[in-house]
Design a protein around this ligand. Structure first.
Ligand code: DAH
Length: 350
């Protein structure tokens, strides 16, 4: 029996030494020292021995068990320590490393100016409505008193959508890319009741392009429909916009002009904010800069939109967003709006 004990001792020592994880070490412990383990089996047989043998063999068995127990404990603490170390190594974090640099984008100048406009007109009670870029010929032209023979319908200016329907020569396709933001006037008047104070920014399309024209640019439309609206209200509104947008010293003037959807119609100019009317290249020495078109809404427009006129009347105005951005921020090259050169874009970080 002594031989079996010593044999098991050697076997168990080897198994402990070979264990590489605390889990497999625990299995070794269960196999040799557990209740159902090999040693317990031998100790159960001790009853059959003579008292002398029991004394010597019992002593040896206790020694072996104590020794295995302590071998187990020291191996276990060694394995646990190295397991912890390798886990910590995996989770190692060097807090002195420089952080990851993230690129932060900036608003496009058109977006920034659009936001400024919404904010400025919002302060005097205007709310924003948007319209579709693919527009019906009716909203873009007919309803705005632009008859079928009007020059702005010319194929030169308007992008027509080919909807696959065959039409006779001279007959217009009902779908186009809107050439201005004015159709939003009609859409709003048809769906909302006066009083209306609405502004509508957005992209427009014209099929001309040269150094000073782009086929896609942005406009803002503004209009008021109420009782007893006057030209003075129009001028007051444009003056407020010009002072808030360009600077408090800027004045506005109206010059008689023609647009089919207003009567009377006027172009409006702002006193040059860059040279303060001393004369510069932006105002071409005149001290004034053309900003947009405006006027009192034409009775035919109210008629097509179903607004009761003359109980209600109103004014409207429209201007180019790139145009006023150029004046305010001194942009000299219109390509800058579409080339996406980050050196240009980054200047307008807000
Ligand atoms: N829709 C005109 C254009 O694209 C701009 C304009 C002129 C708008 C006069 C108006 C207006 O509301 O009254 O050139």
């Amino acid at each position: 029996m002594l031989d079996r004990i010593n044999g098991l001792f050697e076997e168990a020592k080897l198994a402990i030494a070979k264990a590489t994880t605390s889990e497999s070490l625990y299995e070794v412990k269960v196999r040799y020292l557990g209740k159902q383990g090999s040693f317990s089996g031998i100790l159960k047989e001790m009853g059959k021995l003579t008292p002398d043998d029991r004394k010597t063999i019992g002593k040896r068995a206790n020694e072996v068990r104590d020794e295995l127990e302590s071998l187990y404990l020291s191996k276990e603490s060694g394995l646990k320590r190295s397991e912890l170390n390798s886990r910590l190594e995996k989770e190692r974090l060097d807090i002195t490393l420089p952080g990851e640099k993230r690129m932060v984008g900036s608003d496009h100048l058109v977006v920034r100016v659009t936001r400024e406009l919404c904010e400025i007109f919002g302060r005097i009670g205007f709310s924003v409505r948007l319209g579709p870029h693919i527009e019906k010929d009716f909203f873009n032209f007919d309803a705005l008193n632009i008859g079928p023979d009007h020059a702005s319908r010319d194929m030169q200016d308007t992008f027509y959508i080919d909807d696959g329907v065959e039409r006779k020569t001279g007959e217009f396709s009902p779908w186009i890319l809107r050439t201005h933001t004015s159709p939003v006037q009609i859409r709003s008047m048809m769906t909302e009741k006066p009083p209306l104070r609405i502004m509508s920014p957005g992209g427009v399309y014209r099929s001309d392009s040269d150094v000073s024209h782009s086929p896609h640019f942005h406009q803002v439309e503004g209009f008021v429909v109420d009782e007893n609206v006057s030209m003075a209200d129009l001028k007051g509104t444009l003056g407020f916009f010009a002072r808030e947008f360009f600077g408090s010293e800027v004045k506005v003037r109206l010059r008689p002009s023609f647009f089919p959807f207003v009567e009377p119609g006027a172009e409006f100019d702002a006193s040059c904010p860059l040279c303060k009317q001393k004369g510069c290249s932006m105002c071409k020495g005149s001290g004034w800069i053309e900003i947009g078109g405006s006027g009192m809404i034409h009775p035919n427009v109210f008629k097509s939109a179903g607004i009761e006129y003359p109980k209600y009347n109103g004014f409207a105005f429209g201007m180019g967003i790139e145009r006023i951005a150029i004046v305010k921020y001194g942009v000299t090259h219109i390509g800058a709006f579409t080339e996406n050169d980050t050196r240009f874009l980054e200047q307008f970080r807000s």
